[in-house]
Design a binder for this molecule. Structure first.
Ligand SMILES: NC(=O)c1ccc[n+]([C@@H]2O[C@H](COP(=O)([O-])OP(=O)(O)OC[C@H]3O[C@@H](n4cnc5c(N)ncnc54)[C@H](O)[C@@H]3O)[C@@H](O)[C@H]2O)c1
Length: 303
C-alpha cells in the first residue's frame, strides 16, 4: 500500500500500548482515525490527544468479543469517514501459567478477546473493504491482525495466550489466501511482536465481572505473571518503534511483520522439530530469558 494519506484507519485496542502507538503513526501519515476500545476514559484521552495533534479522529466504544459491537464499529466508521483502508485487529489480553491451571473462565475471556475479537473484525470489515474495492479501482485496504512471537513458538508458562496467538496466525494466513482469490486491492498482514513495554500486564483491568475467577491465581500463575512483567519491562523496542516498523511493512506489502527479527532462530528451531518429527526441545536453554522463565516455573510448581 502506498497511498495512506487521507485514508481511514480503525484500531481496536487503540487506547493503550501498541494500538495507541499504531494510531499515532497512522495520524503522522495523514490518516483519519477510528479508535475502538472497551476502556472509555483511555479511549477518549487517546482521541483528544490525536485531535490536539491535528488528526481527524473519533472514538467508538467497542467490545471486540461481541459481534454486534464490532458490526456497530464498522457501521460507525463508514457513516463518519467512509470505508476503512486499514483495520488493525489489535485488542488483546494475556494470561499464562501451566496450561492445566487455566480455568474455563480464563479460556473464555482470552479466546473471546484474542480470537473472537479478530474473527469479528474480519467478518464485519472484509465485505465492506471488498465492496469499496469493487466501487473504486484506486481503493487499497489491509487488515492487520496482532498475533505475537507467542503465535510462532511455544514455551513453558505461555499457556493459553500462546494457543490464542497461534489461532490468530492461522486465521491471518487463511485470510491472506482467501483474499488472494478475489483480487489484489484488499490484503492481510500479521504483526508478531516480541516483548514490548505496554499496559498488557494490567490487562485484567478490562476483564468482565462474569469471567473473573472465583479464587485467586495459583503459585505458578503468580510466578508466570512476575516473570512476564519483568520480560515486558525489559522489552527492547518501544510501542512507537513497533508501530513505525508495522507501517513500513504495510507500505512494502509484507504479510509477516517481525519487529524483532533477531528472535527468528527460535522459530526456525521449532520448525525443524516439526519438519523432522523430533520432540520439542526444552525451550531454549541457551536463551537466558527462557531459561529464567523455566527455572522460576519449575520452582513454583515444586512448591
Ligand atoms: N506488549 C507486548 O509485549 C506484546 C507482544 C506481542 C503481542 N502483543 C499484542 O499486542 C496487542 C496490544 O496489546 P498491548 O501490549 O498494547 O496491551 P495494552 O493493554 O496496553 O493494550 C490493549 C488494549 O486492548 C483493549 N481491550 C482489551 N479488551 C478489549 C475488548 N474486549 N474490546 C476492545 N478493546 C479491548 C484495552 O482496553 C487496551 O486499550 C495485543 O493483541 C497483545 O496480545 C503484545
Amino acid at each position: 500500500m502506498k497511498n495512506l494519506k487521507g485514508g481511514v484507519a480503525v484500531v481496536t485496542g487503540g487506547a493503550s500500548g501498541l494500538g495507541r502507538a499504531i494510531a499515532e503513526e497512522a495520524a503522522r501519515r495523514g490518516m483519519k482515525l477510528v479508535i475502538a476500545d472497551v476502556e472509555a476514559g483511555a479511549m477518549e484521552q487517546a482521541v483528544a490527544d490525536l485531535r490536539a495533534g491535528g488528526a481527524e479522529a473519533i472514538g467508538v466504544l467497542t467490545d471486540v468479543t461481541s459481534a454486534a459491537s464490532v458490526e456497530a464499529l464498522a457501521v460507525a466508521t463508514e457513516q463518519h469517514f467512509g470505508p476503512a483502508n486499514l483495520l488493525f485487529n489489535n485488542a488483546g489480553v494475556a494470561s499464562g501459567g501451566p496450561i492445566w491451571e487455566s480455568t474455563e473462565k480464563d479460556w473464555k475471556w482470552l479466546f473471546g478477546v484474542n480470537v473472537d475479537g479478530v474473527a469479528n473484525g474480519v467478518r464485519s470489515f472484509t465485505p465492506r473493504m471488498l465492496a469499496a474495492a469493487a466501487a473504486d479501482p484506486g481503493y487499497e485496504g489491509c487488515i492487520v491482525n496482532t498475533a505475537s512471537m507467542a503465535g510462532l513458538v511455544t514455551a513453558p508458562g505461555m499457556g493459553i495466550y500462546s494457543v490464542s496467538k497461534h489461532a490468530v496466525l492461522a486465521l491471518s494466513e487463511c485470510l491472506y489466501h482467501d483474499l488472494d482469490l478475489v483480487g489484489p486491492q484488499v490484503r492481510a498482514a500479521v504483526l508478531c511482536p516480541f516483548y514490548v513495554s505496554t499496559n498488557i500486564s494490567q490487562c485484567h483491568r478490562n476483564r468482565p465481572a462474569d469471567l473473573v475467577n472465583d479464587s485467586g491465581p495459583t503459585r505458578s500463575q503468580l510466578a508466570t505473571q512476575a516473570i512476564s512483567a519483568k520480560d515486558l519491562a525489559n522489552g527492547t523496542l518501544t510501542p512507537e518503534e513497533v508501530a513505525a516498523i508495522t507501517f513500513k511493512a504495510i507500505e512494502e506489502d509484507r504479510f509477516y511483520i517481525y519487529p524483532s527479527p533477531e528472535q527468528l532462530p527460535i522459530v526456525r528451531s521449532r520448525l525443524d522439530h516439526l519438519g523432522n518429527g523430533t520432540n520439542p526441545d526444552i525451550p531454549y536453554d541457551d536463551i537466558p530469558m527462557f531459561k529464567a522463565r523455566r527455572d522460576s516455573l519449575k520452582a513454583a510448581l515444586a512448591g
